[in-house]
Design a protein around this ligand. Structure first.
Ligand SMILES: Cc1cc2nc3c(=O)[nH]c(=O)nc-3n(C[C@H](O)[C@H](O)[C@H](O)COP(=O)(O)OP(=O)(O)OC[C@H]3O[C@@H](n4cnc5c(N)ncnc54)[C@H](O)[C@@H]3O)c2cc1C
Ligand code: SF4
Length: 512
């Protein structure tokens, strides 16, 4: 028996199921850089460079431990350009008798792998991805029979299952499950991001950067400067840096947005965690240890742990529970084309331009920029849900369909009909004004509803709600919204809707 063990770009963990029980005398581990995966959406050059470099470092680490590794570079003349082509070529050349893989993060790839048994006429063993903290069966059991799948209740179960921030009495640490009431402050005047680690480029990274520059410079996004961690050791440095220097303020400024400051107190670990260089439980345990040692307050630590033990696992559960039908949902029939300012063309809306700038420069923008700026605009303007999802999948270095889709389609666009979000994350310019210093630098005014300088988010907000009144008027979580609208004089209502139509027209013309 000789197994071909295929490792994907987001499976760079020694603990991966398909890396256990290797027979070093007969098995071969394969990693391959394939054009099909690097270009099925126009991935940000930094994302491609991060993954190729991390893959090459991981392959070198395995080889140093005596594991036979077959590594196929993108510019290998024999590279067929697809996973299926590379698996076929490898089993032919190596005379493998079986293929072993760990379940991928995308439904599309899973279906492809399931097909190999038939098309390549070889047994294919697809192992569960044990790096996640909730199995598909556990999520399904939790979801079974529930009318609403609320993250908060799933999260409490996860806290108990893993004894994270749980006292010996079985009660949550501090007495409450959730400390968000103490979190989410607006930014302080003059707030700056604390310094970040800048990893030096290894020879491997330099080679990859040259390759990515040659092949993918037409994709949206700046390749350089490039300071990503590309090994587990470096990713652990990032985690330690965050826990020591940033975690104490994470909760307070989690939702704050500051011009020219893309990172603030966010951890920047999602790319490393999703690629497998970090593992979710070790992150939660380190954060909890910081609280127990008196180095970070409970509101920050609980809020951070909830993102990983709660949101991340829940989002993955939703994806696999509802796919493939989930991907076809478009509850609000949102079909307007994605405006060019998502790809860096100018817009007068400072908040949107700033979020897109951060995205272009860093392959990163933080959660509130993704949700309440680019996501909120897409929701209010009724942008095509598939085009918006494609954008999010392409432009962020942490993006894989299992996590991008429920966040975009479900959380940001309400396109899944309220599975992830119990009400739409729709907000006017007032919210953005409160949580950022963006409006000070904008040609639009967040306090104006109509007129040449009125913030487009304001009229679009009301227009969105009225367009979808049949869905949202009865929503229990939006009791005051429609009563406010009803109190507006008919002339005011008409003027708001006219203003929204004008903004949508300007958006289409590229002048918004
Ligand atoms: C429209 C939209 C699209 C998104 N697409 C992605 C994506 O493709 N990949 C991705 O990893 N996250 C995605 N997110 C979730 C979140 O925005 C990012 O995880 C976060 O911004 C990453 O930055 P960070 O590491 O500094 O996170 P922090 O703010 O420091 O949070 C800590 C960690 O919590 C986890 N986390 C937080 N929120 C979520 C969430 N909603 N879903 C899953 N994990 C979460 C991440 O692993 C993150 O690293 C998306 C959110 C929205 C609203
Ligand atoms: S005024 Fe409106 S468009 Fe301008 S930054 Fe503020 S919220 Fe954004």
């Amino acid at each position: 028996m000789s197994a071909l063990r295929l490792i994907l770009a987001d499976q760079l963990s020694e603990s991966l199921a398909s890396l256990q029980e290797i027979d070093k005398a007969h098995d071969v581990v394969m990693l391959c850089e394939v054009m099909e995966e690097a270009s099925y959406v126009p991935h940000h050059p930094k994302k491609i460079a991060f993954l190729f470099s991390a893959m090459r470092h991981f392959a070198a680490e395995l080889a140093a431990c005596g594991v036979p590794v077959r590594y196929v570079k993108l510019d290998d003349v024999n590279n067929t350009g697809s996973f299926s082509g590379e698996v076929q070529r490898a089993i032919h050349e190596l005379k493998s008798s079986t293929v072993v893989v760990t379940e991928p993060g995308e439904y599309r790839v899973l279906e492809m792998m399931k097909g190999w048994q038939k098309t390549l006429n070889i047994p294919v063993d697809i192992l569960p991805d044990t790096r996640f903290l909730a199995t598909h069966a556990e999520f399904a059991a939790w979801a079974d029979g529930k009318k609403q799948l609320r993250m908060e209740f799933f999260y409490r179960e996860m806290r108990k299952n893993y004894s994270i921030l749980i006292e010996n009495s079985g009660k949550p640490t501090g007495g409450d499950w959730n400390y968000d009431k103490d979190n989410r402050k607006p930014p302080k005047a003059g707030m700056k991001s604390p310094p970040r680690i800048r990893h030096k480029k290894s020879a491997i990274t330099k080679d990859v950067l040259a390759l990515v520059n040659e092949r993918f410079s037409h994709h949206f996004g700046m390749l350089e400067p490039f300071h990503f961690a590309v090994t587990r050791e470096q990713a652990l440095m990032e985690l330690d840096h965050f826990v020591t220097h940033l975690l104490p303020n994470f909760g307070d400024y989690q939702d704050a947005m500051v011009a020219g400051e893309p990172f603030l107190y966010h951890s920047l670990i999602s790319s490393y965690l999703n690629a497998g260089l970090l593992l979710p439980l070790e992150i939660c345990q380190k954060a909890e240890a910081a609280y127990r040692a008196g180095k970070a307050p409970l509101n920050a630590v609980e809020g951070f742990i909830r993102q990983i033990l709660g949101w991340r696992e829940y989002i993955r559960g939703i994806y696999w529970h509802f796919m493939p039908e989930y991907g076809e949902r478009n509850m609000l029939n949102a079909t307007r084309p994605l405006p060019k300012f998502y790809w860096g063309e100018p817009t007068h809306m400072f908040c949107v331009a700033e979020a897109v700038r951060h995205t272009r420069d860093h392959a990163y923008s933080h959660h509130i920029q993704r949700l309440m700026i680019t996501g909120n605009f897409a929701l209010l303007a009724g942008l095509d849900v598939k085009a918006v999802q494609k954008w999010y999948l392409a432009v962020y270095s942490d993006a894989y369909e299992w996590v991008e889709m429920p966040n975009t389609l479900g959380m940001a666009l309400f396109g899944d009909g309220g599975v992830v979000a119990s009400k739409p994350y729709a907000a006017s310019g007032k919210y953005i004004h409160r949580m950022s210093n963006y409006c000070e630098q904008c040609r639009y005014d967040p306090d104006e509803m109509t007129g040449e300088t009125a913030c487009p988010f304001n009229a679009l907000y009301w227009d969105f709600l009225v367009r979808h009144e049949n869905i949202f008027r009865g929503n229990q979580r939006m009791p005051y919204v429609f009563s406010t609208w009803d109190k507006f004089a008919p002339e005011k209502q008409q003027a708001i809707r006219k203003q929204a139509a004008l903004s949508l027209q300007k958006m289409a013309e590229g002048t918004l």
